[in-house]
Design a protein around this ligand. Structure first.
Ligand SMILES: NC(=O)c1ccc[n+]([C@@H]2O[C@H](COP(=O)([O-])OP(=O)(O)OC[C@H]3O[C@@H](n4cnc5c(N)ncnc54)[C@H](O)[C@@H]3O)[C@@H](O)[C@H]2O)c1
Length: 257
């Protein structure tokens, strides 16, 4: 019998912000590889609806929880309930994130802090809460959703708080990979380019998107959410057993130009 190194049967995965968009697509890919799936999102109704569909379609166990990644107590409560139910936590995907297009000189501190609070502090909280459980178990895989915006500066839209938050996620990922390798926990990030989701749908219809976003992407198209599936399954599974502190860029080639 051949071993399938991408198999996630019996594993338990949590995806934050998993009710829609990239988080949902990654949750579907993990479930398709056999993982039981927990969606944690501020939108409980959507999380319940999607976990129900995933349970039926992929035959895995699913749970849905309402939690804000900025609230440590809420995230702790989710991980406690997940480990009570499944007895362990194998995979934690920090995906929830927002973007604001505001010129630096006009940005209020509240706007800056909201982006950093969700995109960077929220990722730290998720890593810390999941990491504590994984340290106890002696294994785990954490996957943080950064962005190509952590490596390059997008044009023409101004989004310095987003870019800074994603650069922060990438270096936080490397720092935790270094700290937690001794605990058999791998920590990696995925950096998508322009992807077609609610975050970008309206803008993708404009001339600006055609003239800048797609013109600057060698593949000349936005990515589709399911195109992150292979990466998340790879980083979650034994297929990537020697990979930690890495950033996997999935951007249709944007960052090569
Ligand atoms: N769409 C893109 O082009 C793109 C590109 C690179 C990186 N990303 C990153 O991918 C991730 C997902 O993006 P998306 O396009 O799917 O976004 P989206 O807006 O479609 O979905 C985000 C999800 O996160 C949830 N969420 C928002 N704030 C939350 C909070 N405080 N706590 C818990 N859940 C919260 C929302 O309810 C929603 O379900 C983000 O981190 C984003 O920065 C997106």
């Amino acid at each position: 019998m051949h071993e399938n190194i991408f198999d996630l049967s019996g594993k338990v995965a949590v995806v934050t912000g998993g009710a829609q968009g990239l988080g949902l697509a990654m949750g579907q890919a993990l479930a398709n590889a056999g993982a039981n799936l927990v969606i944690m999102d501020i939108n409980l109704e959507k999380s319940k609806l999607e976990t129900e569909k995933i349970r039926t379609e992929y035959g895995v166990e699913t749970l849905a929880f309402q939690a804000d990644v900025r609230k440590q107590k809420e995230v702790e409560e989710v991980v406690t309930r997940v480990t009570e139910h499944f007895g362990k936590l194998d995979i934690f995907v920090n995906n929830a994130g927002i973007c604001k297009h505001i010129k630096a000189e006009e940005m209020s501190l509240e706007d800056w802090q909201e982006v950093i609070g969700i995109n960077l502090t929220g990722v730290f909280i998720g890593c810390q809460v999941a990491g504590r459980q994984m340290i106890k178990q002696g294994y785990g895989s954490i996957i943080n959703i950064a962005s190509m915006s952590g490596s390059i500066v997008n044009i023409p839209q101004p989004q310095c708080s987003y870019n800074a938050s994603k650069a922060g996620v990438m270096h936080l990922t490397k720092s935790l990979a270094s700290e937690w390798a001794a605990h058999n926990i791998r920590v990696n990030s995925i950096s998508p380019g322009y992807m077609k989701t609610a975050m970008t749908a309206e803008t993708l219809k404009t001339d600006m998107a055609k003239n800048y976003w797609l013109h600057l992407t060698p593949m000349r198209r936005p990515g589709l959410p399911h195109e992150l599936g292979g990466a998340v399954v790879y980083l979650a599974s034994d297929a990537s057993s020697f990979v930690t502190g890495a950033d996997l860029i999935i951007d249709g080639g944007y960052t090569v130009w």
